[in-house]
Design a protein around this ligand. Structure first.
Ligand code: CAA
Length: 390
């Protein structure tokens, strides 16, 4: 028997409210006036843009993931996605700053005690602290169960030892959510715990920063925890429940990466369409040549379809629907594959101009690649979706 049509069964159709439209308009204005002019420079220098961080803090964009009670805007997942999309059209590295503020604080928002939430969330919401999510390790990326970082209990609290790899915001975050094995005899899914480690904790260091193909203004690094001491008040959720804290977090946070990818796809489509309007060949604008017209039509169609899936998934997050994990995985998979395909086509539309750094589409192509890899490779997204069909 076939499945019931989920669009008819689910009451959570999305509709953007006036407030969401206002945030989108603000983000669009900031993106055009302040972010786009900086995008090429941020990429070329591979330097974290402190000026954009300051701007996002002043304009309350870093407060978007948080409830009003914790100093946030209280506007929910769909609004955050719309804003990340607008910023990422101009600069994906800058969009990532907003996505990781969500990712790195979700464990605290979903599972942290009220005391921990009250103590730290306002510092993130104000932009004083950037967040980071330290799950991956040199030998544990897709396979979270292979985590080796350990935390052992002693009379004064917890002592954490280990190495974390590929951590976004390494060196600029104010605090890191670190996942460590606390019961080596249990399977990782029942013997892992999440801790909040502040950047100035003795024994905590950033051992190396990566040199990346794209997303170059966002620092990615290796963290070393060498006897880092934290108290019981740093435990996020229940001891032994860390694997599930990480999975619940990713169910939500993958929406942010999907939004970033969507922004790249729309940014690349818009740029290529504008170029094709101006550029002439064979006596007419190249958008009148069927080969180019068809390519642009496919780019626009795929991007529009990606947006519908993402907004629906984000509405599920806001409604608290139980199939969010499946939908956020589908949105991340589809939006990032769309970003990659569309950015490659944008380079092709520009021809030789597409391949040089004077034009932005080669940067968009390099940035798009990472959206297929981080917050779970697209192979892992297919695992998540596939398991829901068993
Ligand atoms: N919510 C709650 N619990 C969940 C869950 C979810 N979404 N998914 C699984 N679980 C639970 C299961 O019910 C199971 O519980 P029990 O042990 O009590 O039965 C337990 O977790 C283990 O589940 P699985 O057996 O399914 O686990 P697995 O080892 O097969 O792994 C996986 C599943 C989906 C592949 C998972 O390992 C995964 O998502 N891997 C990818 C990790 C990832 O996305 N990393 C990205 C890091 S972040 C990043 O890139 C950040 C950045 O800087 C931008």
């Amino acid at each position: 028997m076939s499945q019931p049509n989920p669009a008819l069964a689910a009451p959570n159709q999305y509709a953007l409210t006036d407030e969401q439209r206002e945030f989108a308009a603000l983000a669009r204005q900031l993106a055009e006036e302040r972010v786009r002019p900086r995008a090429a420079e941020i990429d070329a220098e591979a330097a974290f843009p402190q000026d954009i961080r300051q701007l996002f803090a002043e304009q309350d964009l870093l407060a978007l993931p948080f409830d009003e009670a914790h100093g946030g805007t209280g506007t929910g997942a769909l609004t955050l996605c719309v804003v990340i999309e607008e910023i990422s059209k101009a600069c994906a590295t800058c969009g990532l700053m907003l996505a990781v503020q969500d990712l790195g604080t979700l464990p605290i928002r979903l599972d942290g005690s009220p005391t921990l939430q009250e103590r730290v969330l306002p510092r993130f919401a104000s932009g004083e602290w950037l967040a980071a999510f330290a799950l991956s390790e040199p030998d544990a990326g897709s396979d979270v169960g292979a985590t080796r970082t350990r935390a052992r209990r002693d009379a004064d609290g917890w002592v954490i030892d280990g190495t974390k790899n590929w951590i976004t915001n390494a060196g600029v975050a104010g605090a890191y959510v670190v996942f460590a094995i606390t019961d080596a005899d249990a399977p990782a899914s029942r013997g892992m715990t999440a801790f909040l480690v502040e950047a100035d904790a003795p024994g905590f260091s950033v051992a190396k920063l990566e040199h990346k193909m794209g997303m170059r203004g966002s620092p990615t690094g290796q963290l070393v925890l060498d006897g880092v001491r934290v108290g019981d008040d740093a435990v996020i959720g229940v001891v032994g429940d860390g694997f599930k804290v990480a999975m619940r977090t990713l169910d939500h946070s993958r929406l942010g990466i999907a939004a970033q990818a969507l922004g790249i796809a729309q940014g690349a489509t818009d740029y290529a369409a504008g170029y094709a309007r101006e550029r002439t060949a064979f006596g007419k604008p190249i958008n009148r040549l069927q080969a180019i017209e068809s390519k642009l039509a496919d780019m626009e169609t795929r991007t529009a379809a990606a947006r519908e899936l993402l907004y629906r998934a984000a509405a599920k997050a806001d409604a608290g629907d139980s199939d969010l994990g499946k939908y956020s995985a589908m949105a991340k998979l589809f939006c990032s594959d769309t970003a990659m395909a569309v950015a490659v086509d944008a380079v092709q539309v520009l021809g030789g101009y597409g391949y040089v750094t004077e034009y932005p589409v080669e940067r968009m192509m390099r940035d798009a690649k990472l959206t297929q890899i981080y917050e779970g490779t697209n192979e892992i997204q297919r695992v998540v979706v596939g398991r829901s069909l068993r």
